[in-house]
Design a protein around this ligand. Structure first.
Ligand code: IDP
Ligand code: MG
Length: 139
């Protein structure tokens, strides 16, 4: 069943470089409503669990190190066709391949440090939102 919500994180590089406001502005301008949002820092265990699907990839250690090195902003976003439209807004995983005007093209440094996360399916959007906002009355 398609839903109208997705989950995002502004990753540590976005916060470090002061891009938080600019990225949230782009998200709002694209028609997404912020349903829940918090700044938090993931523990090693959090990052290992969140990215468990990638645990056998060669970059897993680097990914966990990156995602835990400083605060992130986690948010639940609402819009028609949210998951798909947000993936379009953020652009390809590798910023060198991301379309002009996308968040990763504008703000990401590399395939590893790529500024933002966006859920890849409705099912994962629900899982990832629950991971960061369990117990909140947003579902
Ligand atoms: P996605 O974030 O566009 O969905 P995934 O393939 O799910 O991309 O990878 C999750 C995250 O792992 C990426 O956003 C990026 O931070 C990191 N990553 C992916 N591929 C590489 C790589 O080849 N080298 C280093 N880090 C990577
Ligand atoms: Mg992914």
């Amino acid at each position: 069943m398609a839903t109208n919500r997705t989950f995002t994180m502004l990753k540590p590089d976005s916060i470090e470089k002061g891009y938080t406001g600019a990225i949230l502005e782009k998200i709002n301008a694209a028609g997404f409503k912020i349903v829940a949002m918090k700044m938090t820092q993931m523990t090693k265990r959090d990052a290992e669990n969140f990215y468990a699907i990638h645990k056998d990839r060669p970059f897993f250690g680097e990914l966990v190190e990156y995602m835990t090195r400083g605060p992130i902003v986690a948010a639940v976003l609402e819009k028609d066709n949210a998951v798909e439209d947000f993936r379009v807004l953020i652009g390809a995983t590798n910023p060198e391949e991301a379309a002009e005007g996308t968040i990763r093209k504008l703000y990401a440094a590399s395939i590893g440090e790529n500024a933002v996360h966006g859920s890849d399916s409705d099912e994962n959007a629900a899982i990832e939102s629950a991971f960061h906002f369990a117990g909140r009355e947003i579902f």
